[in-house]
Every structure is written in structure tokens, then in C-alpha cells.
Design a protein around this ligand. Structure first.
Ligand SMILES: [Zn+2]
Length: 139
């Protein structure tokens, strides 16, 4: 898990999570417009982000359409989403009101021992506190 985490700069993880959320909704391709809206960045920044994911080997960027994740990309996206939702579980347990926003910040600095502890405590949960499914990640 730690190796998976450290490969990413923060932005990449956030973008991957956005792409994963689109996949959950049944979209196979995610375009810059959607990422721009989701993350509050400009369309050109969003396009750059998606291109970077494709260059990093997580999928194919189809011009004028968007990014299609490959198996590796899907795996990394699931790992990023899983981490976020496990942190949410912890924060909700602690009674933190704004657990999603806080989980976002903690996720950016979390290291392997926190990830391991979260897996030990919440690893068998199916849903995060907002009711979204926590994706499985094959080890
Ligand atoms: Zn959640």
C-alpha cells in the first residue's frame, strides 16, 4: 500500500478519485469538463491532469472525449478511493462533522502505518459513513 501511495502527487490521487466516481456512475470515459466542474479548476488544467494520468500509464486519453482508465489505472483509482473512505470511517467515529473535507486533507499526508491501522480497524466495512461503497483492492 505504501508504494502505491507514494507514487502519486496529491493532485493525481484527487483526479483519480474523480475519475473513479465517474466510473461508479457508469461512465467509461471522463472528460475535462467533468473534472473541471468536480475539482473547481479550469478546463485546460483538467485536460492537463487527465493527460498526465494517461502519460503515467493509467489509461488512454481519447482526444475530444477524455480519459479511459486501463486496468492499472482502475486499480490505483480504487486504492485512492478506498483510502479516502476508510479515513472517513475513522473521522466519523471520532465525531468529526466535516469528515469528507477533513479526510481529503489527511489523505494527502497519510503514511503506511496509518493505512495499515485503518485497514485493520475498518478494512471489512462495505460502506463509508456517507453510504458509498468502499472498493476492494486486491493485494
Ligand atoms: Zn464517504
Amino acid at each position: 500500500m505504501f508504494a502505491v501511495r507514494t507514487k502519486f502527487v496529491t493532485k493525481t490521487e484527487v483526479v483519480l478519485r474523480t475519475v473513479y466516481t465517474a466510473l461508479e456512475k457508469g461512465l467509461a470515459v471522463i472528460g475535462p469538463t467533468q473534472v473541471a466542474e468536480e475539482l473547481g479548476v479550469s478546463k485546460s488544467t483538467a485536460q492537463k491532469m487527465l493527460n498526465e494520468l494517461s502519460k503515467a500509464g493509467y489509461g488512454v486519453y481519447v482526444p475530444k472525449k477524455g480519459l479511459v482508465l486501463n486496468e492499472r489505472g482502475k486499480m490505483e483509482a480504487r486504492a485512492a478511493v478506498r483510502m479516502h473512505r476508510l479515513i472517513e470511517c475513522l473521522l466519523a467515529d471520532l465525531g468529526v462533522e466535516d469528515f469528507c473535507k477533513e479526510a481529503e486533507k489527511i489523505g494527502m499526508v497519510a503514511g503506511s502505518s496509518l493505512v495499515d491501522a485503518l485497514e485493520a480497524r475498518y478494512g471489512d466495512r462495505e460502506f463509508c459513513p456517507c453510504g458509498k461503497r468502499i472498493p476492494e483492492v486486491k493485494k
